[in-house]
Design a protein around this ligand. Structure first.
Ligand SMILES: *Cc1c(COP(=O)(O)O)cnc(C)c1O
Length: 367
């Protein structure tokens, strides 16, 4: 079965095999491994030694995102969020339920937010000390550019928290060049092509220290994760975690290096996404995004008239492909992931499966 939800994503068998071991997380032999893995991740983020630190949490992307908001946006603080997709909606909910004030910057879900829009909103909302942004919107496939947006955040003297859950390891990000970024958050299971289980922030050390006392939650306090690392070492966890997924991630990072790193991975995803976009359009399906706005992570198309998503998803499964069973775009759509351990052969297989599934459901339009 090909897993194109995305994520979790399709992983390599060697990545999955790395999980098949019982591990004691507080064991002396685990500690150097975990400390080294944290360094590897900091380097991929462009983090500077001593200035940035990898702060892991067991769990999902939502949890590390909430932890980052709680740690870096002080209680009583306000955060501006460009609302151009489902994950922005989720970020806003996490921030509100943490008691922070959310100012929504509305924008269509079919293109990235522009630096001009963000600059104007920051000017209009001096109460917003932070911008919260999603780098790749996994519902639609659009991309918000952290370098361009970060520049206006920096110029306005504000700070930023970035949800790069479906971007990190593929789309460009250089923490060293973006001092306004308090933290970028992501997980082990999307573009890094590991298994789910752990989530990560790569964060500024100074801002994390200043965030002590902000979180209002011990388990979601990233300043406490840092304090624990200082007290007990970078190889120590605070609470029992799914450490097998860290072993899998280490193998996945070996594969990332062997592939040639971020830029080469991005090129593979871009080729996957372009072939999906073209192939689906050739079947008469209408892409949700213009080609210029199509990011490399996920390809979304409008549902053709008469399509029942659950039936389509079930039909695709009979042809060996699992896609997301729900959509989050403004108009009804379905989406196919371009990320994970997949290339041209898998994309061709998916396109054949879509064609067959549409035919079975009587929805195959004349191309
Ligand atoms: C997948 C995803 C998340 C949430 O990750 P979970 O691990 O499911 O909590 C958050 N933001 C973006 C952009 C994502 O793609």
């Amino acid at each position: 079965m090909l897993l194109l939800t995305p994520g979790p994503v399709q992983t390599h068998p060697s990545v999955r095999a790395a999980m098949a071991e019982d591990i004691a997380p507080w064991d002396a032999s685990f500690r150097p491994f975990y400390a080294r893995l944290r360094e590897r991740i900091r380097v991929i983020a462009g983090g500077v030694e001593g200035e940035h630190v990898t702060l892991p949490l067991q769990g999902a992307g939502h949890m590390i995102l909430e932890a980052a908001i709680r740690t870096y946006v002080a209680p009583g603080g306000a955060i501006l969020i460009p609302m151009n997709g489902e994950y922005a909606v989720r970020m806003a909910r996490l921030a509100r339920e943490a008691g922070r004030t959310v100012v929504e910057l509305h924008a269509p879900d079919t293109r990235g937010i522009t630096p001009e829009e963000v600059a104007a909103a920051l000017h209009a909302h001096p109460e917003c000390g932070h911008l919260g942004m999603v780098q790749s919107e996994t519902g639609s496939g659009i991309v918000n550019d952290p370098a361009a947006i970060g520049a206006v955040v920096r110029a306005a003297g504000r700070r930023m928290v970035l949800d790069a859950v479906s971007a990190f390891g593929a789309l460009p990000l250089d923490l060293a060049a973006q001092p306004e970024l308090d933290a970028v958050v992501f997980t082990s299971n999307k573009c890094l092509e590991g298994l789910p289980g752990f989530a990560f922030a790569v964060a500024r050390v100074d801002r994390t220290e200043q965030g002590a006392g902000n979180a209002g939650s011990w388990s979601l306090d990233l300043s406490d994760v840092l304090a624990n690392a200082r007290e007990n070492g970078m190889g120590s966890l605070r609470f029992t975690g799914p450490v097998q997924s860290l072993r899998a991630l280490d193998v996945a990072l070996d594969r990332f290096d062997a592939e040639g790193g971020r830029a080469v991975r991005l090129a593979r995803y871009r080729a996957n996404a372009a072939a999906l976009h073209r192939g689906l359009a050739a079947m008469g399906l209408k892409p949700y995004l213009a080609e210029a706005d199509q990011g490399p992570i996920v390809v979304t198309v409008h549902q053709p008239a008469g399509l029942v998503l659950a039936e389509f998803v079930a039909a695709l499964k009979r042809h060996g492909v699992t896609i997301s069973s729900y959509f989050t775009t403004e108009a009804p759509s379905f989406r196919i992931g371009a990320i994970g351990d997949i290339g041209p052969d898998e994309v061709a297989l998916v396109l054949r499966a879509v064609e067959a599934a549409l035919a079975e459901l009587g929805l195959r339009q004349a191309a």
